[in-house]
Design a protein around this ligand. Structure first.
Ligand code: ADP
Ligand code: MG
Length: 302
C-alpha cells in the first residue's frame, strides 16, 4: 500500500494554539525519592475553548495547572501560553504574565480571598496593582461581579457570603485584568452539587460572554458533561478525550470518546480492551485502508 508523502514544511506543533504543552515533564524530588508528576504530557488548547481536565487524585492535574500559571516550572519539555515560553521565563516577564495573561482560581475557597475586604475591594486589588485609573476600576469590579451573578455581594466580606458566592467572587478577581486564559483547579471541590453547578455555569458564562479561554480541573462527572471538551489525565499524560456536540444547550448532546495519541505515536489502550483480548506486552499491528488493527501476539499465522 502506498502511504501519502509527508508534507514538506510541517508547521511547529501547536503553532496556532493558545496553550501548547509538548512532551512536558515535571519531576519532584523529595527526600531522595523521585516523583514523576508529568511524564511527557501533550496538550493543545485553542483560543476561546473551554476544557475540563479530569483524572484520579495524583494524576498530575494540579502540577499542570501550576506550570500553566507560571507558579511552577517544568523539568523538561515545552510549555507556551499566548506566545510566552514558560520553561525559562525571565522574572520580569513572569510577573507580567501572572498579572495580565493568566487568571488562577484555587480549590480552597478561603485561600482565594482577602478576609477583611469587601468583594468590590478584593476585585479592585489586582486592578490597582496594575495601575488602572480609579474611574475605570470602579466600573470594572461592578461589571465583573454582575456578570458572575454576585453583584449583591459587592459590599460583603468573604465570611458574609456562601461558598459558591466566594468562588464566583474569586473568579471575578482572577478576571480583573482581562487575562486570555483562566485556570481553575477544582473550583467546586468543596461545594455541594447544586452550588457547584452554579459556579460551573459562571465559568461557562465567562467563556461565552468574555471569550476567555478556560481550563478547569474537576472530578465532578456531571459538571464536566456540560463542557464541549473533556481531557482525561492519567499518570501525568493525557490519555483520552471526550468531545460533545451542543454541550449544555438543552442536554449533554452526543459525546464521542477519543484516545489521545502523543507525538511519538503512542496510544494508551483502555484496560477493558486489553483484558477482553488478553493483550499484554506485545501486540500485532496491521494497517488497513482506513483503520489500524491491533491483535494479540498469540494465535494463528505466527
Ligand atoms: P492531582 O492534582 O491530579 O491530584 P498533583 O499534580 O497534585 O495531582 O500531583 C501529582 C503527583 O506529584 C502526585 O504523586 C503528588 O504526590 C506529586 N507531587 C505534587 N506536588 C509535589 C511536591 N511539591 N513535592 C513532591 N511531590 C509532589
Ligand atoms: Mg490537584
Amino acid at each position: 500500500m502506498r502511504l501519502p508523502a509527508p508534507p514538506q514544511h510541517q508547521p511547529e506543533f501547536g503553532h496556532d494554539a493558545l496553550v501548547v504543552c509538548d512532551n512536558l515533564v515535571r519531576i519532584y524530588q523529595s527526600e531522595g525519592v523521585e516523583v514523576q508528576a508529568l511524564q511527557g504530557l501533550d496538550l493543545l488548547v485553542h483560543e476561546g475553548e473551554m476544557v475540563a481536565l479530569v483524572g484520579a487524585s495524583g494524576s498530575g492535574k494540579s502540577t499542570l495547572l501550576n506550570v500553566l500559571a507560571a507558579v511552577d516550572s517544568p523539568t523538561a519539555g515545552r510549555a507556551r501560553v499566548a506566545g510566552h515560553d514558560l520553561v525559562d521565563m525571565p522574572r520580569r516577564e513572569q510577573v507580567h504574565y501572572r498579572r495580565h495573561v493568566v487568571g488562577f482560581v484555587r480549590q480552597q475557597t478561603a485561600r482565594n480571598l482577602v478576609p477583611y475586604l469587601s468583594a468590590r475591594q478584593i476585585v479592585d486589588l489586582p486592578l490597582s496593582i496594575a495601575g488602572r485609573p480609579r474611574h475605570e476600576r470602579r466600573g470594572r469590579a461592578d461589571e465583573l461581579l454582575g456578570l458572575l451573578g454576585v453583584g449583591h455581594c459587592a459590599d460583603r466580606r468573604p465570611h458574609e457570603m456562601s461558598g459558591g458566592e466566594q468562588q464566583r467572587v474569586a473568579i471575578a478577581v482572577a478576571l480583573a485584568n482581562a487575562p486570555r486564559l483562566l485556570l481553575a483547579d477544582e473550583p467546586t471541590g468543596e461545594l455541594d452539587s447544586e452550588t457547584a453547578a452554579e459556579v460551573f455555569a459562571a465559568l461557562r458564562t465567562v467563556n461565552h460572554e468574555l471569550g476567555t479561554t478556560v481550563v478547569v480541573v474537576t472530578h465532578d462527572a456531571e459538571v464536566s458533561g456540560q463542557v464541549a471538551r473533556t481531557v482525561a489525565i492519567r499518570d501525568g499524560r493525557t490519555s483520552s478525550e471526550v468531545l460533545r456536540d451542543h454541550a449544555g444547550a438543552g442536554g449533554p448532546g452526543t459525546a464521542v470518546e477519543f484516545a489521545v495519541m502523543d507525538r511519538a505515536g503512542r496510544v494508551q489502550l483502555p484496560r477493558e480492551y486489553r483484558e477482553a483480548l488478553d493483550l499484554t506486552r506485545r501486540v500485532r499491528l496491521a494497517l488497513a485502508e482506513d483503520h489500524v488493527q491491533i491483535r494479540s501476539d498469540r494465535g494463528e499465522g505466527a
